[in-house]
Ligand binder design. Sequence first.
Ligand code: G4P
Length: 491
Amino acid sequence: MTNAVVSRPTDLEQEVARRRTFAIISHPDAGKTTLTEKLLLYGGAIELAGSVRARKNQRQTTSDWMEMEQQRGISVTATALQFDWKGARLNLLDTPGHEDFSEDTYRTLMAVDSAVMVIDAARGIEAQTRKLFDVCRQRNIPILVFVNKLDHPSREPLSLLDEIESVLDIGAVPLNWPIGNGPTFQGIYDLQRGRVMQFSRTAHGQKRAPVQISTLDGPELTGLIGEDAAEQLREDVELLEIAGEDFEFERFLRGDLAPVFFGSALTNFGVEVFLDALVDLAPPPQPRASDQGIVEPTREDFTGFVFKIQANMDPRHRDCMAFLRVCSGRFEKGVLVHHPRSGKDIRLSRPHRLFAQERETVESAYPGDVVGLVNPGVFAIGDTVHTGDLVEYRAIPRFQPERFARLVSNDVSRTKQLSKGLAQLDEEGAIQVFHSIDGGARAVVLGAVGDLQFDVIIARLENEYGVTTRIERLPYRLAQLGGRDVRQPRR
Ligand code: G4P
């Protein structure tokens, strides 16, 4: 007989196993902010729902620098929210929606292991959801779908599932089923555990929704949800059992099939079950491709990469923060890392975590966590830092710009400052800088994914480099830019 040696998981393995790093993607107004807030409410990170939304409402698109700064402060404070749920540690990475849609949003998706797609139950799949979904698809990011606003008159669940499948070309398997619709929406049937969950509203949805549980066949069901609803639910479930597709975990992990949950973030109906499912289904930090092959998160050497750079986050100190996703090993404050792009060794002595308006110093972090590093012009998007053997992660792709504009300086005496500013903004990934030869003269052409990027550039060039500029929109498409006369400087 052989004695099996069972080794106990190390601290690192345990910490990796309990991490879930994800982003929420949606079309504006589908309920991303509300769901974020409710996840934080259930996770115990906030006591009353309302604060995240209140902050969002202060946000507005504006070219006024102070307000934009304020808005950036807000979006940045939410760069990575960390909270615990049933022993798991969740990192929610913010993907700004709305007008501030930009390359930043896409890049954040390079730093997550899964994504939650929020869909408005009356509107179905909308334009921005599709774009964000495409980025997830390219990376095979597993997606969980939360169909929101069931408390409002909604489309039929089956038609929504059909739409997800046909428009996104992905399998869609419901893991819960709504009971009622609009004013009659009162709960869900948890198809995995076979339980009926009937919820009660709380004032403004500020607190957790009380829940009563029954089985589908239990005598108490009719008393709980009413005769008509009980009959309808039994019919629906029978139909799903006959016609429904099975949930295949492997397909989900490949990003080929999405579990679908129905609920209402506003009233908290279905939020807790969703959070449970997120912890159960979403994968822990995944291995990452590097020039030295695949790096496992449990590798002892610390490695990470920069996925976002944000300048002037705090108007009190004009600093620049680089956001690093930890990919392997344990990160410790003050660690001496190697920075392959510059060939230098750097001590990471002031790591931060950001939550609400506060910065908090990070003593340690594990794979999946996000650390903010004060960046004295050292880091660029995609940079690797590591301890131990040399390793470099693959570059983060640049995303195809959708809008173009010629940048015109109002101040020819400040050409040097303009070049310096553009180089920095290009490096940060705030905008893509191209040059074109216009009738013999060299003109700067900017490419962006979202309009707000142009406003930010003009404001930052003026505030940080003292150069006033304006933009002239160009009707170019990328295909036209691919010609001889336009080139992008090497990064
Ligand atoms: P977003 O971040 O995706 O843009 O959406 P957000 O959460 O801000 O929600 C957009 C609007 O939809 C908000 O209404 C919000 O209250 C509402 N909403 C979110 N989830 C639900 C839900 O489950 N049911 C219903 N009925 N509405 C929901 P608003 O009028 O723009 O703002 P407010 O006046 O409520 O603050």
